[in-house]
Design a protein. Structure first.
Length: 158
């Protein structure tokens, strides 16, 4: 059953034109005037129903809620669909001044760790060295490094 877009459009226009055309009917009952007191029921007037008086303990408790202003889960983000910026783990050795950052992993012929050392990106396999930094082992998301006599473990899972 294929309907043309024109039939959907005409159906939508009819529905939108009919929406909001009616007004709610509210029937107001005139209040009894104070100048003409009535002792009994008046014919044609609705009879009030007898409501039993409730004890204070029988009254249901009503919870009052205070509406709070909406707070975004990440107010510092301008575009909520953009991935958050992530800062890598940087380790520096005070003696040599070399900053090391783990960027990620690759698996071309063998597992490699992508390291940023002093601004240069280098893919290093286990046992490789770069600027005096030796890769001891690679088990994603963790890589173990040795720099001089100091051993360091870098991880992508911050």
């Amino acid at each position: 059953m294929n309907r043309s877009p024109l039939s959907y459009l005409s159906t939508s226009l009819v529905a939108l034109s009919l929406m909001g055309c009616g007004e709610p009917v509210v029937q107001e009952t005139p209040a009894p005037s104070e100048s003409t007191p009535t002792d009994g029921p008046v014919l044609g007037s609705p009879q009030p129903e007898a409501v039993p008086a409730k004890a204070e303990s029988d009254a249901p408790e009503v919870e009052q809620t205070v509406e709070e202003a909406y707070v975004a889960p990440f107010p510092e983000r301008v575009d909520i669909f953009a991935a958050p910026s992530r800062k890598g783990v940087t380790k520096s050795n005070g003696e040599q001044g070399e900053a090391v950052e783990l960027l990620g992993f690759s698996n071309v012929h063998q597992p490699q760790a992508l390291l940023l050392v002093n601004g240069e990106v280098s893919p290093l396999a286990a046992g490789d060295s770069f600027y005096g930094i030796k890769v001891l082992s690679i088990q994603p998301p963790v890589v173990n490094l040795e720099q001089g006599k100091q051993r360091t473990q870098l991880s992508l899972a911050n």
